[in-house]
Design a protein around this ligand. Structure first.
Ligand code: C2E
Ligand code: CA
Ligand code: CA
Ligand code: CA
Length: 280
């Protein structure tokens, strides 16, 4: 009896050790990835539903691992957050997006913005506001050009601090979008107090919109709520003409999704959308 529970104990310990070890090695790999330029940003446009023009371009990180190939953020962002490496990787993404953006402007891109995703940990990090200030100070066009996307759940986790940080960032001219809206538990009074410019409706609502009347009225309600707060509404993950038609009908301002374009490598984005843009 005693032996059996002893074995079990040993078994659990070994398992835990294995999982700690694999996390450690992933952490090392991610550190290595950052130091060796293996992270890349892909870019997905947001489009105005009335003019059909690109308004903003979202930077989405990928890890180009020489052994595994291109990995999506869901596979490594959680580990970056657990290890605190997200602060450094987030800083890298911010600077890289700013650099790509300035190059596009130099190559004739019209006045659009570049949107960067910000992790909860970054927003809470002491140096965050200084970091944004430094990026913006690097080129005057970045003040109006930069947009930060922050998930609803994280803003709400620490509302008072979020309001102060976001106010400081917004005072520099940078825009703020609340990301994945509808998946968290925002209270309406907080939502009204947050210094926001845009609200992104989570893809799950866009999917439900075409399958049930309830789903449709939920999206209508979110759009009306956002408009009453003077926010630009962006629908995420738009894949079909039917979704697009309904979003137009409901007065949604902008859309983002595979229907218009997937996230593309910087050069591909440039050849596909800059050339078209420069042509008129
Ligand atoms: P998100 O910010 O909600 O980004 C939207 C995700 O939906 C992206 O996935 C995008 O490629 C995908 N998507 C866009 N249009 C469609 C569509 O029509 N259909 C479908 N099925 N998917 C679509 P991705 O690139 O895998 O990013 C996943 C999440 O990782 C992002 O969700 C964001 O929360 C996070 N993330 C990405 N880049 C960064 C970053 O630089 N920093 C931080 N902290 N998080 C990031
Ligand atoms: Ca986002
Ligand atoms: Ca989102
Ligand atoms: Ca999402």
């Amino acid at each position: 009896q005693a032996k059996a529970s002893g074995d079990r104990y040993l078994f659990y310990t070994r398992q835990m050790t294995a999982s700690v070890a694999s996390k450690l090695s992933l952490e090392n790999q991610l550190r290595h990835a950052l130091d060796h330029g293996q992270f890349v940003l892909h870019y997905q446009p947001k489009v105005n539903l009335v003019s059909g023009k690109i308004t903003s371009v979202e930077a989405l990180i990928r890890w180009n691992d020489p052994h595994t190939g291109l990995m999506l953020p869901d596979q490594f962002i959680p580990v970056l957050e657990e290890t605190g490496l997200i602060n450094e990787v987030g800083r890298w993404a911010l600077h890289q997006a700013a650099q790509d953006y300035l190059r596009w402007l130099g190559n004739g891109l019209a006045a659009v913005r570049v949107a960067v995703n910000v992790s909860p940990l970054q927003l809470r990090h002491r140096g965050f506001i200084t970091e944004i200030a430094q990026v913006v100070a690097g080129d005057p066009r970045l003040a109006a050009g930069l947009e930060l996307e922050i998930t609803e759940s994280l803003i709400m986790a620490d509302v008072r601090h979020s309001i102060l940080s976001l106010q400081a960032v917004r005072a520099m001219g940078v825009s703020i979008a609340i990301d994945d809206f509808g998946t968290g538990f925002s209270s309406l009074s907080y939502l009204a107090r947050l210094p926001l410019d845009a609200l992104k409706i989570d893809r799950s609502f866009v999917i439900d919109m075409t399958t049930s009347q309830q789903g449709l009225s939920l999206v209508a309600t979110i759009i009306n709520l956002a408009h009453s707060l003077k926010l630009t509404v962006v629908a995420e993950g738009v894949e079909s003409e039917e979704q697009l038609r309904l979003l137009r009908l409901l007065g949604c301002d902008e859309m983002q999704g595979y229907l218009f374009s997937r996230a593309l490598p910087s050069e591909e984005f440039e050849t596909k959308f800059l050339a078209a843009d420069a042509g008129g």
